[in-house]
Design a protein around this ligand. Structure first.
Ligand code: HEM
Ligand SMILES: CC(C)=CCC/C(C)=C/CC/C(C)=C/COP(=O)(O)OP(=O)(O)O
Length: 281
């Protein structure tokens, strides 16, 4: 029984879901700072958690065949056969319906942005493009930008420039986040027939793409921090963190190695959390 609960919980990819949820929270809290709408923290967190988890669980169901091939994901409960697909479809479907319904009932504009995130991840990224083109990551990245945009939309009542810039920053951060990882697991992806940048365009092109997008992501994030953060200290720390990220990105280009890439992958998540948190100060 305990193993079953553990397996069901692992379907929501805890770290990814909580980072996405945190960006939504930052979008919302930063939008309220300007004197925006009423405090709907409970509704935002509940509906976003359910919608993000729902899409993640359904993604795991759809991807269970490729997960079963890759050593990195072979142990996942659906790939390993510890859970039956219908159990996960039931969980993911119920979470998605509850999350999307709650979001749309809270606010139509907010709900539509959450629905866009759900569709981009599940339909466009997972079902349509992930097995066809390495450019699928753009659509996955766009879906990852929806929680922060949705949070801003709920607070301000609009889809506005700062929300769009924050979503763009998440999108630009994606190569730093995932291409570093796909270099390490290139053989796994090749075995599973999932086209990823290093396998399709080669290592050098992928490293250049990572470094370029690292600079752009850091620039957009720092620019938005200048706009949002009220304390100069927060802007200074955000700029210093951006420089560390850019430095690690440059290092990955100059002295490429598995270890350097993995360090960049790890720091990219820490950077996203810290830079977003600093925007609230
Ligand atoms: C195309 C889009 C994306 C792809 C292909 C992708 C892929 C991955 C992969 C393969 C992992 C490693 C999982 C493992 O260790 O087995 C991962 C981890 C993670 N992802 Fe993503 N991801 C994407 C978008 C995002 C977005 C938008 C966020 C949040 C804003 C995010 C947050 C995370 C976090 C926090 C982790 C855990 C990192 C760690 O262990 O240090 N991902 N992702
Ligand atoms: C508002 C809303 C509902 C937004 C949805 C946000 C969301 C869940 C984005 C997912 C990001 C993504 C494409 C992850 C990759 O999974 P993968 O299947 O490529 O990773 P894996 O190889 O580890 O399975």
């Amino acid at each position: 029984m305990l193993q079953k609960v553990r397996d069901l919980w692992s379907l929501i990819k805890c770290k990814q879901t909580f980072l996405l949820l945190f960006t939504g929270l930052v979008g919302y809290a930063s939008g309220l700072k300007g004197g925006g709408g009423p405090a709907l923290y409970g509704g935002l967190l509940g509906s976003l958690f359910l919608a993000i988890s729902g899409t993640t669980v359904l993604n795991m169901v759809y991807d269970r065949d490729i997960d079963a091939v890759m050593p990195r994901t072979r142990h996942r409960p659906l790939a390993a056969g510890r859970l039956r697909p219908w159990e996960a479809v039931l969980l993911g479907g119920a979470m998605s319906a509850a999350g999307l319904g709650w979001a749309l009932a809270l606010d139509l504009r907010y709900g539509l942005v959450v629905l866009a995130g759900w569709l981009l991840d599940l339909v466009v990224y997972t079902v349509w493009l992930k097995r066809r083109t390495p450019w699928s990551v753009i659509w996955g990245g766009l879906s990852g930008g929806m929680p922060v945009l949705a949070g801003r939309a709920l607070a301000t009542g609009q889809v506005e420039v700062i929300g769009l810039l924050l979503a763009l920053a998440v999108l630009l951060w994606i190569p730093t986040h995932i291409m570093t990882f796909s270099i390490k697991y290139a053989a796994d992806y090749a075995a599973a027939g999932v086209p990823v940048f290093p396998n399709v365009y080669g290592l050098r092109t992928t490293q250049v793409a990572i470094s370029l997008s690292t600079v752009l992501a850091a620039a957009v994030m720092t620019g938005v921090t200048w706009q949002l953060a009220e304390h100069l200290g927060a802007v200074a720390v955000a700029s210093a963190l951006a420089m560390v990220l850019v430095g690690l990105g440059a290092n990955a280009l100059i002295r490429p190695s598995v270890q350097v890439n993995l360090r960049l992958f790890k720091f990219a998540s820490v950077y996203m959390v810290s830079a977003m948190a600093l925007m609230l100060l």
